[in-house]
Design a binder for this molecule. Structure first.
Ligand SMILES: C[S@@+](CC[C@H](N)C(=O)[O-])C[C@H]1O[C@@H](n2cnc3c(N)ncnc32)[C@H](O)[C@@H]1O
Length: 231
């Protein structure tokens, strides 16, 4: 099964399981929204419709949170999985949020436009490291001046011992939160497609891509939020 098939197969139940599988859900997504929101509010204040590009948007979870925090944004959601995007469309339509969906691979050219924020959550770690670096370069180039890139991501531990510890802590927390052995096994099956990199490597690639003020704004074990801004 490809990564696309794996996510399309769970599109109907994906959202419901998120809070059990991402133990720090509120701080994790909330930080990504906090990082992106000022650039979007600045666009509104300048009389423009803020443009957001969500990479690997899935069912639109992060897009919806952004649209709630900053009403008036226009979202472009990119994902390779059509059933995940269909769910995003339903949810965004239901809340009358302006958006378009683009079914594409993250290694393809990005949808044309100048974006006030390029955002992503739990998606880019499916690319190999060259793919991540190339995507960071294209994302940086797609930002409007002063625009923000933020990635809420599952990351690798800086050493094998820490990576093992990240996994132990995650397993203990999601068990406490009520994930069943079947749910954990299914999540682990999806994780066979993961290619996570460390925060330090990814921040270096963002700086190499030309972003400034690159930083990790939040980290709890394997869940990290990092990014930077265009000059
Ligand atoms: C764990 S989900 C995250 C979805 C959403 N961003 C969220 O936070 O809930 C990962 C998403 O990345 C998408 N994805 C993974 N690899 C991709 C690729 N190479 N090109 C496009 N989409 C990809 C999957 O289809 C899936 O919808």
């Amino acid at each position: 099964m490809s990564v696309v098939d794996v996510f399309d197969a769970v599109a109907g139940t994906y959202d419901e399981a998120r809070r059990r599988l991402v133990p720090c859900f509120d701080a994790f997504y909330g930080t990504a929204v906090e990082v992106a929101a000022p650039a979007l509010r600045a666009a509104l204040a300048a009389g423009r419709t803020p443009q957001v590009l969500d990479l690997g948007a899935g069912t639109g979870l992060l897009s919806l949170l952004l649209a709630t925090a900053v009403p008036g944004v226009r979202l472009t959601l990119v994902d390779a999985a059509p059933a995940m995007l269909a769910r995003a469309t339903d949810q965004l339509h239901a809340r009358s949020v302006a958006h378009r969906t683009v079914q594409a691979d993250l290694s393809d050219d990005l949808p044309s436009g100048r974006y006030d924020a390029v955002v992503s959550a739990l998606a880019i770690h499916h690319l190999d490291d060259d793919g991540k670096r190339g995507l960071y370069r294209r994302a940086a180039a797609a930002l409007a001046p002063g625009g923000v890139f933020v990635n809420a991501e599952q990351v690798a531990g800086p050493t094998p011992a820490l990576d093992r510890r990240y996994d132990e802590v995650w397993t203990a927390r999601i068990t406490e939160l009520g994930s069943s052995p079947e749910e954990i096994a299914a999540a682990r099956e999806r994780m066979r497609h993961d290619r996570p990199a460390t925060v330090a490597e990814q921040c270096r690639w963002l700086a190499e891509a030309g972003l400034v003020d690159v930083d990790c704004y939040f980290k709890e074990w394997r869940f990290a939020v990092f990014g930077g801004r265009a000059r």
